[in-house]
Ligand binder design. Structure first.
Ligand SMILES: [Zn+2]
Length: 202
């Protein structure tokens, strides 16, 4: 990648050597890559219920992670906020569009890794995810789009507003759904029985 910090303030192109590629084309390519990889991993396109509702608000039902958006979409907006903050120190070397592409590539790899069979089996052990069969392709693409929204918001908002947004979403998610990004990640690695019981006893 070339070093175009400061010269490319728009998100229109990504510089690769002397090539300028439209950022939208690269992002579109990431969505395509995710769709192909997830299909190869055996994921279904859409919820088995077959209803074309883009949003499903019930995280304890069988439609979770099967439609385009659900409450977990907010955790992917949070990914965008976190990626933006993590990549900020690279601003001297990478343009905003390069950092956006890097973050979305990370999110795409996360989605592909998250939907491999061993990770799905691990998720299934978590209280809220019994019977979980992996995300649908549509849901994964919705997750990447949510991450893109988080990156966009973080690029527009003052840093303290991004932090406030992250904290606000975490509090709202845990209050309404008894789950949020920090809990979700923590429970993957250190399942806490008391938290599981609390999540199940809604
Ligand atoms: Zn459904």
């Amino acid at each position: 990648m070339n070093i175009t910090a400061g010269s490319d303030r728009s998100l229109s192109t990504v510089g690769l050597g002397r090539w300028k590629i439209p950022t939208l084309a690269v992002v579109g390519g990431l969505f395509g890559l995710a769709a192909v990889a997830l299909r190869l991993e055996g994921r279904r396109w859409w919820c088995r219920c077959g209803r074309w509702t883009p949003w499903m608000g019930d995280i304890w039902g069988p439609h979770t992670s099967q439609h385009l958006f659900d409450p977990y979409s907010f955790t992917h907006i949070e990914h965008g906020l976190v990626f933006h903050a993590m990549l900020r120190p690279l601003a001297r070397w990478l343009s905003p569009s390069q950092r956006t592409v890097l973050a979305l590539a990370g999110e795409t790899l996360w989605e592909i890794a998250e939907n491999t069979q061993p990770v799905i089996d691990n998720y299934r052990k978590a209280a809220l995810a019994r019977g979980y069969e992996g995300d649908s392709v549509a849901n994964s693409l919705g997750d990447i789009a949510s991450c893109a929204l988080g990156l966009y918001l973080a690029s527009r908002l003052p840093a303290r507003w991004s932090v406030a947004l992250f904290v606000g979403m975490e509090i709202a998610l845990v209050t309404v759904y008894r789950d949020n990004l920090i809990l979700n990640v923590t429970m993957q690695f250190v399942p806490i029985r008391a938290v599981e019981d609390w999540q199940m006893s809604r």
